[in-house]
Write a protein that binds this ligand. Structure first.
Ligand code: CMC
Length: 393
């Protein structure tokens, strides 16, 4: 074909133009629609950030209320979809449950899946924002064998989510404002990160004009991997293994450096950030506050702090410019909140949803968008002939 340029892992090639999120990996800068992540994390709410990412501007008070109200009115799941959960084993990973249920959700809306109808796109955007947290909470309840609760629309978005996860039928549930605020902040920090693997997946599937549920479900599947969103679960498992095995942080770091069995320091390193991930800095502050506020003393936090200290002072990590990423400390907060480890990546998915929706819509709205179809450099056999006399006829 004459094609010679290979870009393994898309390190050098832009797949699209985008006006949503800006990252400067050298300086550790992250901005959504121009607003610094630090300011949004300190002063905004997750729903406002979702609005900003999707529609491009901060909402007025009236727009915000209408948006929040619209989401609240779409929180119910079809009763039949609840039975979908019964068909899965109780040990099912909540990420598999989430991606499958989101794809299944589209089957209830087959007459409103037209990607070229802006009203239908808007309706499905709201449905996904409203229903994904409910599906996520039910995946959690399913995994611990508890009954599903109905959404409580007297609560706000994050409070409702906490109640659906931790409330128990017939017992009153008091939302802890410390938890609600911390979770809201974490969701803001995860809300978008330009063309990462899951967002690129959402855009690629969307470029085929597949429906938005299929695209978001594919994004959730991409996020599941331990090199991407699954890293938050992998970090906690890593910390737990270091604690249980008693091998010590230095020995573990040595094994990472020796690349023994391909072991990596999970929650470290990033394709784009070659300095401290600005999100990780904010998450670390939250971890201190939340654990202190809840009175949790987690020995895994000590191991994480020691790991970070050792790695940041070690030539292997310095030469490769490996710093903690957003996933390094989040698991400790989720654990303190009471979420099981296998729910951590689901929480990431809820946070990333506005970003996926914003990117899907940006691409879908652009008449110049073409179907994503990467090229390859073929390195296989040139031409061979099927053996004379060989036949299955
Ligand atoms: N531990 C040990 N070595 C590492 C790590 C790590 N976490 N990350 C990168 N390296 C080494 C890697 O072995 C390679 O060394 P060498 O040049 O000797 O072969 C060098 O650093 C460059 O790594 P790479 O794999 O080419 O870098 P990448 O940009 O392709 O990968 C990454 C980025 C995030 C997949 C990788 O850093 C990684 O696997 N980190 C651990 C998993 C993780 O925490 N993922 C979460 C990413 S942030 C948010 C999210 O997406 O969820």
């Amino acid at each position: 074909t004459g094609l010679t340029a290979l870009d393994n892992g898309f390190v050098n090639t832009a797949s699209t133009k985008s006006a949503i999120t800006f990252i400067d990996g050298e300086q550790g800068i992250l901005r959504y629609r121009g607003y610094p992540i630090e300011q949004l994390a300190a002063r905004s709410t997750f729903l406002e950030v979702a609005y900003l990412l999707i529609y491009g501007e901060l909402p007025t008070d009236t727009q915000y209320e209408a948006f929040a109200d619209n989401i609240r009115r779409h929180t119910l799941l079809h009763e039949d979809l609840k039975r979908f959960f019964d068909a899965l084993p109780s040990h099912a990973h909540p990420m598999s449950v989430l991606s499958s249920a989101v794809n299944a959700l589209s089957t209830y809306y087959e007459d409103t899946l037209d990607v070229n109808d802006p009203e239908q796109v808007e309706l499905n955007t709201i449905r996904l924002l409203a229903k994904i947290p409910i599906i996520a909470a039910y995946a959690h309840k399913k995994s611990i064998g508890q009954a599903f609760l109905y959404p409580d629309n007297s609560l706000d978005f994050v409070e409702n989510f906490l109640k659906l996860n931790f409330g128990v039928m017939a017992e009153p549930y008091e939302v802890n404002p410390v938890l609600a605020e911390a979770l809201d902040r974490l969701l803001i920090l995860h809300a978008d990160h330009e063309q990462n693997a899951s967002t690129s997946t959402v855009r690629l599937v969307g470029s085929t004009e597949a429906n938005i549920y299929a695209s978001i479900s594919a994004g959730i599947s991409a996020l599941y991997g331990p090199l991407h969103g699954g890293a938050n679960e992998a970090v906690l498992n890593m910390l737990g293994n270091i604690q249980e095995s008693g091998e010590g942080v230095d020995r573990f770091v040595q094994r990472v450096k020796n690349k023994e069995d391909g072991v990596r320091l999970m929650g470290f390193g990033h394709r784009v950030y070659k300095s401290y991930d600005p999100r990780a800095r904010l998450v670390k502050q939250s971890a201190d506050q939340v654990l202190e506020n809840l009175g949790v003393k987690d020995p895994l936090l000590e191991i994480a702090l020691e790991l970070e200290h050792v790695a940041l002072n070690d030539d292997y990590f310095k030469e490769r410019r490996l710093y903690p990423n957003v996933d390094f400390y989040t698991g400790l907060i989720y654990k303190a909140m009471g979420f099981p480890t296998r729910m951590f990546t689901v929480l990431f998915a809820i946070g990333r949803l506005p970003g996926w929706l914003a990117h899907w819509r940006e691409a879908n709205d652009d008449p110049k968008t073409k179907i994503g179809r990467p090229q390859q450099l073929y390195i296989g056999e040139r031409e061979r002939h099927y053996p004379e006399g060989r036949s299955f006829e």
